[in-house]
Design a protein around this ligand. Structure first.
Ligand SMILES: [Zn+2]
Length: 274
């Protein structure tokens, strides 16, 4: 599933026009879809009317959402498991997974390619309706070690599922949670309120370092159709069960935490009673 670095990379690509026209300034003139269930709030018939002639002001990201502020309201797209957004001329045949196509006033489409069809599209007057419950953005200045210490102390939960909770911190999924915990040297089962000051700082650093490494490589291309990112070639532990730890050479193990495969080095991330 695309996480913060992958979604951020897509937002930047669409905003700057890396693989087609830059979107800011263009208007939507229609929508075609083979999968009306992409449209949740509002449903398709209303969405169709409201998107008509709306001008795109910017392309941004909040958590794992792509956010398109419009001259009236905001378009939000959540890629979920396998979604990707690409640009193609409207007269070009849609690809196998291009289930939803937003037609633009310059003869191009914004195409929502979504092999597993779990993606979601919303058009809301106030984006906070959907984004208001998200936790802090981990790469923004407001995310300080002090804030993280307070958030951790407020919970008595295992670190791995807590990091995946979008209301705790926004944008982290299975890849970056495992990478962050390895950088921090913390076991995924540690309880959040058991961390000392140095450990909190290590986790803060680990979260940011993992995400920044992902961004540097344009995200990871794994388990989904997102093309271009190559962070998968730089994973420390994620998906590397049985391979050596880059820090100490011990064998990386995989455990299951809250039904999610979790990769760690038990030497660098010792289990401690908490
Ligand atoms: Zn190690």
């Amino acid at each position: 599933m695309p996480e913060l670095p992958e979604v951020e990379t897509i937002a930047r690509t669409l905003r700057e026009g890396v693989l087609g026209p830059a979107l800011p300034g263009l208007r939507f003139i229609g929508v075609s879809t083979r999968w009306p269930r992409h449209f949740t709030s509002p449903r398709l018939p209303t969405f169709r009317k409201r998107i008509q002639n709306r001008r795109i002001l910017d392309v941004t990201r909040r958590g794992k959402y792509l956010v398109f502020p419009l001259d009236e309201g905001s378009l939000l797209i959540h890629l979920r498991m396998s979604g990707d957004l690409l640009l193609a001329p409207t007269d070009q045949e849609p690809g196998r997974f291009d289930h939803t196509r937003f037609h633009l006033d310059n003869g191009w489409d914004l195409r929502f390619s979504d092999a597993r069809k779990f993606g979601r599209v919303s058009l809301v007057p106030d984006k906070e309706q959907l984004l208001g419950s998200l936790g802090p953005e981990p790469l923004e200045a407001g995310f300080t070690p002090k804030l993280l210490a307070e958030l951790l102390a407020d919970h008595h939960r295992m670190l791995k599922p807590l990091l995946l909770d979008q209301s705790f911190i926004a944008g982290i999924g299975n890849i970056y949670a495992d990478e962050a915990l390895h950088i921090a040297g913390l076991h995924p089962l540690r309880r959040s309120d058991s961390l000392g000051e140095d450990e909190v700082h290590a986790l803060w650093h680990g979260v940011r370092e993992a995400l920044l490494a992902g961004l540097k490589h344009n995200g990871a291309s794994i388990d989904w159709v997102y093309r271009g990112g190559e962070f998968q070639n730089h994973f420390r532990v994620y998906g590397r069960e049985g391979e050596p730890c880059p820090e100490c050479g011990s064998t990386i193990t995989r455990i299951v935490v809250g039904q999610r495969g979790t990769h760690l080095c038990v030497h660098c991330q010792p289990e401690v009673e908490t």
